[in-house]
Design a protein around this ligand. Structure first.
Ligand code: GLN
Length: 287
């Protein structure tokens, strides 16, 4: 194949699904020609320069061997924002938007500032979507991975939200100053690694390329959820809410853990596929 091949013939001859090929070609058009995706239609006779064509071939080959589209183009939409993503962070998923929606429902009930903690922020998805959607949300976002925090900070900068989110490094609550953070948060959110070690999903699709520390706890899938739930009460204000994402088959276990930790008003939230995907609970007010 040569560089004299038109966009239309590239699309006709690729072995990739059309929607994927179009995303990759749109990325090339933007990068090399500052053209919008619609140029795939309006300029379908156009041929690519040698560097643009070489990059297309490289992306096509890498996609054929399974690399996630989001890593190939370096971005993924989430809620109302677009995030830069790279192999150091989990690719944001639509089901995680449930946590953002739960948090926003809580934030609009309050007239003043709402302090939110996002544990294991990865690309910054949850924290930045909230900061973007609500002026009242004041975010603290943690991650154990310095690489993830670099990516999250870059996203905060690019979205103009750097002054609304404080990023801290550490393992779950260990990132915080324990005495200063006591009873401080109105909301605690997290999408922790909840896939059990050895689960076959870890060897399929995008997950093969994502950081395993963001996907699995290396145990039964519940250990990080349990760790977070058991410590959350200390950091929440009375009446504060905790909301956690979990696997489709973990809702009962998470509800039991929340009950054991004395949370009230425990609710399970479904994702778009109808799976129980997040559970929330409220810290009781003092008697
Ligand atoms: N939701 C992801 C998946 O199943 C897993 C992310 C996680 O463990 N937090 O693909």
């Amino acid at each position: 194949m040569s560089t004299c091949t038109s966009l239309r013939s590239l699309l006709n001859s690729t072995t990739l699904p059309q929607n994927e090929a179009k995303i990759l070609l749109a990325y090339i058009l933007e990068k090399y020609y500052q053209l919008p995706r619609s140029a795939l239609l309006s300029r379908d006779e156009m041929t690519l320069s040698t560097p643009a064509f070489d990059e297309w071939q490289d992306l096509e080959t890498r996609r054929c061997s399974g690399e996630p589209i989001a890593y190939l183009v370096g971005k993924r939409g989430f809620h109302n924002i677009e995030l830069y993503v790279a192999p150091g962070v989990l690719i944001p998923r639509p089901e995680t938007e449930i946590l953002v929606e739960i948090a926003l429902r809580e934030i609009i009930k309050s007239s003043g500032e709402v302090k939110v903690l996002d544990l294991g922020t990865g690309s910054g998805a949850i924290a930045l979507a909230l900061a973007h959607s609500s002026q009242n949300a004041l975010l603290t976002a943690t991650d154990q991975s310095l690489e993830a925090l670099e990516i999250a900070k870059r996203n905060a900068q690019e979205l103009g939200l750097a002054d609304r989110v404080q990023f801290l490094q550490g393992n779950w609550f260990a990132a915080l100053n324990r005495s200063e953070a006591k009873n401080q948060f109105d909301l605690i959110l997290s999408n922790p690694p909840y896939i059990a070690a050895g689960d076959r999903h870890l060897t399929e699709g995008d997950l093969r390329f994502e950081p395993s520390s963001a996907l699995t706890d290396g145990a039964n899938g519940l250990s990080c959820l349990e760790n977070i739930i058991s410590q959350a009460d200390f950091y929440l204000k009375p009446d504060g809410l905790i909301a956690l994402e979990h696997g489709f088959d973990q809702a009962t276990a998470v509800m039991i853990l929340m009950k054991m930790a004395q949370f009230q008003d425990i609710q399970v939230h479904q994702d778009l596929a109808g799976h129980p995907r997040a559970t929330s609970g409220r810290k009781p007010r003092p008697e």
